[in-house]
Structure formats: C-alpha cells, structure tokens
Design a protein around this ligand. Structure first.
Ligand SMILES: C[S@@+](CC[C@H](N)C(=O)[O-])C[C@H]1O[C@@H](n2cnc3c(N)ncnc32)[C@H](O)[C@@H]1O
Length: 288
C-alpha cells in the first residue's frame, strides 16, 4: 500500500493577524487591535477557548443567509475601517480592513503563504498576472519585489480598494484591469503576452463586468487551458480555490492540462494559537 500525505501550507509570519481559536462552526480572530468572531462551516470540532474569551470579541457576525448577514459590534469600539500591517522577512504590506455584509474584512490571511512564494520566486522586471485578484495581496507582494504587475478583477470597487492598499503599502505602478478574468486571459494569449508568474483564485460563481454570471465548474477547464498558454518556461502558476474542489482533483486537472509540468498540491490552512489546523482552501503550484 502506498500513501501520499496531503500537504498543508499555513502562514507563519503574521504578527498583526492571529487565529485565537476555532471551534463550534466559528473562528475567533485578532485583526490588529480588534477581535472578531465569525462563522466558518469547516470548523466542525469543539472550541478550545472558554466562552468568556469568545464573548469578549469586539464584533460578531450573524449569518442571515448562506453568504450574507450583519455584524453585532461590542462596546461601540469598532471603527468603520482600520489598518493591518503584514511584516515578514521579505514583505512590508499594509491593508485597509472593513466589516462587510459578506462576513469578510477584505483579506484572506492564509494567502500570506502565496505572497511569500511570489516574493521568493520573482525578480525585478519579471511579469506577474493576478486573476480574480480581490484586494490584491498577491499583487502587492509581486510589486514589492519589483515585478511588473497586472491585476484583474471584474468588480471596480474591489480594484479601488486594492489601489488604497497599494498606496498604504508605499507602492505604485500596478496595472489595473476591470474585466472578466477568462476574457482578459484569452486576449493576452492572442496578443502573445506571457508572464513569469500567474496566480488565479476563481470564486464558485464568477461575475463578469456586465453582470453576467458563470459557474466555476463550467469555466474551470477553459480557464486552466488559457492560463497554461500564458506562463513562460521557468515560471510558475499558483491556483487556489475556496470552492470545495479537493487538492487532488485540482492537481489532476493541471496534470491533464500541462503533462510535463512539476506539480505540488495541498490544503491552504490557518493554525490557531493552540496548534489546531483550520482548512481554508485547495492549492496547487505548477512549474512548467
Ligand atoms: C475568492 S476572491 C479572491 C481572493 C484573493 N485571492 C485574495 O487573496 O485576496 C474572488 C475575486 O474574484 C472576483 N471575480 C468574480 N468573478 C470574476 C470574473 N469573472 N473575472 C474577474 N474577477 C472576478 C471577485 O470580485 C473577487 O474579488
């Protein structure tokens, strides 16, 4: 019998963010000066910390629908927005955070794993493409090490948010594209543009600029086939998904798309103060 252990990646250099505890369907997280309690359906085991610490959170998210809800804020202490710094050996980034009605605050802290990989593997003048880029952590990491960065997201407000993060991080010169990621990638193939590094983190439901919706399961193969044509030899692709596709399935898809490439896949995780792992998504790294 052979056995291949699933790899786990988790960020190790956060000071501003801390996963204090995870249990009973929720996470207790410190984001700078504020502690938030928000649902996480992946957390099916009991909490390690007593209820007093959970009750002392500055804000707690109550879900009213699958992806919507509202925040109860404690003691009127929560500002409308605040800053969070990420300082590691390689990177000094700064993000604006906000309590959104989708339970998010504008950052996926586990993505710091990808920021470090990007910063380690890019050199000044390399080209980097961030598809489904959200508030741009990966774009900032690539720009911070001197790469030419193209940041693509179909929602203009999200791109504006990233521009603020770029300025707060003391960076400039990112190329902004508000467009459907697949359409942009297809056009780049036709134009003959190629990139040293590419990251893509497609959501379960994609939203085009004109409000057109697509399901990831219908788009994932054309998406991967197109992105495969955009990477330079010796470069890298990182694909990440929070859509419930297993790391093995993601790896298989890339194995079929780029049979010659070297692949590694696993789960992107966070780790609590108590040493518990919280799975957040699937990750595959492709080196053609
Ligand atoms: C899961 S988030 C990505 C999180 C990101 N990896 C990070 O680290 O912050 C998905 C993003 O894709 C964007 N998006 C949704 N549909 C899109 C489409 N068709 N083309 C481009 N971006 C899209 C959303 O606006 C959102 O910002």
């Amino acid at each position: 019998m052979s056995q291949d252990l699933t790899k786990r990646w988790w960020p190790e250099q956060w000071n501003g963010y801390e996963l204090l505890d995870a249990g009973d369907g929720a996470r207790l997280e410190r984001w700078g000066d504020y502690v938030l309690d928000r649902p996480d359906p992946a957390v099916i085991w009991p909490a390690a910390t007593g209820v007093e610490e959970w009750n002392a959170a500055d804000a707690r998210f109550e879900a009213t629908a699958k992806t919507k809800g509202f925040w109860h804020t404690n003691r009127g202490r929560m500002p409308e927005s605040w800053d969070l710094a990420y300082n590691s050996d390689r990177l000094h980034l700064r993000f604006k955070l906000e309590l959104t009605s989708f339970k998010h605050v504008g950052l996926f802290p586990e993505q710091a794993v990808n920021w470090e990989y990007i910063a380690e593997h890019l050199r000044p003048g390399d080209t980097f493409l961030n598809l489904f880029a959200y508030t741009g952590g990966a774009s900032l990491a690539a720009r911070a090490v001197g790469a030419d960065v193209t940041h693509v997201d179909s929602i203009r407000q999200v791109v504006d948010w990233t521009r603020e993060n770029m300025e707060r991080s003391g960076l400039d010169g990112i190329r902004w594209v508000v467009e459907d990621a697949l359409k942009f990638a297809e056009r780049e193939v036709r134009r003959g543009n190629r990139y040293t590094g590419i990251i893509l983190d497609p959501p379960t439901w994609g939203l085009g600029t004109k409000g057109s919706k697509w399901r990831l399961e219908d788009q994932i193969r054309p998406l991967c086939e197109t992105v495969a044509q955009l990477v330079q030899p010796g470069g890298f692709i990182i694909m990440n998904t929070y859509s419930g596709i297993s790391p093995t399935a993601l790896e298989q898809l890339w194995r079929a798309t780029m049979p010659e490439a070297t692949l590694e896949s696993g789960e992107l995780c966070l780790r609590t103060r108590h040493g518990d792992w919280v799975p957040t998504g699937s990750l595959v790294r492709i080196n053609p």
